[in-house]
Design a protein around this ligand. Structure first.
Ligand SMILES: [Mg+2]
Length: 249
């Protein structure tokens, strides 16, 4: 295969700056939220306060190199599959490292998320976790929040028999730019009438016009592109819970 410099691969990539996102109105978003039947949450910097892959990298002593890639991936302008592959090339986590990491550094839930998901569960509104991160890091979070594991859409790490890192499953839609939009389209086909996607990053924003509505979340970190293009942008999960309660009283 001919070697193409990374800079050119990024510039020529079909997904970069090609998705024109039409901003939804706040009224439309609020109306979908009022009648929501499935909520998809991004995980990193949304459900939890940190970026799981950065924390894992730090634990594996590769923190600085990887954080730089994460920042670029979340701000847009770089295809997610490249950012993911490059970061994993740096970390190369072994199975044992993942297990030790999960025991030593459990993720921190964002304030108000537990109450919001408890409320949604009680209302029988289906909750999904849709992440460009790894299922092995997200499973304990889902367990804590009473979300069934079949409602996690995330990437899968692969290991050799001896536990050494062997890559990741590139077939998962969440491993690519535009992948979360594909998940939203697939959920729509399952018959949900009001799917709301909530997240902090550009890959979440891509679900606008695929889910029935997108809500930008800035409680942990505010990304300007997301803030500017979200019909409804919130920094506190309590706002969402209170609004839904009031509208459905
Ligand atoms: Mg995120």
């Amino acid at each position: 295969m001919r070697f193409i410099p990374l800079r050119l691969r990024i510039r020529n990539h079909p997904n970069v700056n090609m998705n024109i996102i039409t901003k939804e109105t706040e009224e439309l978003v609020k109306n979908v939220w009022k009648n929501v039947d499935a909520v998809c949450f991004d995980v990193d910097s949304t459900v939890i306060t940190e970026e799981g892959i950065d924390c894992l990298a730090e634990f594996c002593k590769k923190g600085n190199e990887v954080a730089e890639w994460t920042k670029r991936a979340m701000g847009g302008g770089i295809p997610y599959e490249i950012a993911l592959a490059e970061r994993l090339k740096i970390i190369k986590p072994a199975r044992q490292q993942i297990e030790t990491f999960l025991q030593c550094k459990p993720a921190t839930l964002t304030q108000g998320i537990q109450e919001l998901i408890e409320y949604l569960n009680k209302k029988k509104i289906h909750v999904y976790l849709v992440s460009g991160g790894f299922k092995s890091l997200i499973a304990p979070i889902a367990l804590k929040l009473n979300i069934p594991s079949e409602r996690i859409y995330a990437n899968r790490l692969k290991f050799y028999y001896d536990g050494e890192f062997a890559g990741y499953d590139t077939e998962q839609p969440t491993s690519r730019s535009g992948g979360k939009a594909i998940v939203a389209d697939n959920l729509k086909k399952q018959g949900y009438k009001n799917i709301v996607f909530i997240g902090d990053g550009v890959t979440d924003l891509e679900t606008t016009n695929h889910a029935h509505a997108f809500i930008g979340f800035g409680g942990n970190v505010v990304r300007e592109a997301v803030k500017n293009q979200s019909g409804w942008f919130v920094t506190d999960f309590n706002v969402l819970k209170r609004f839904h309660e009031k509208e459905n009283a």
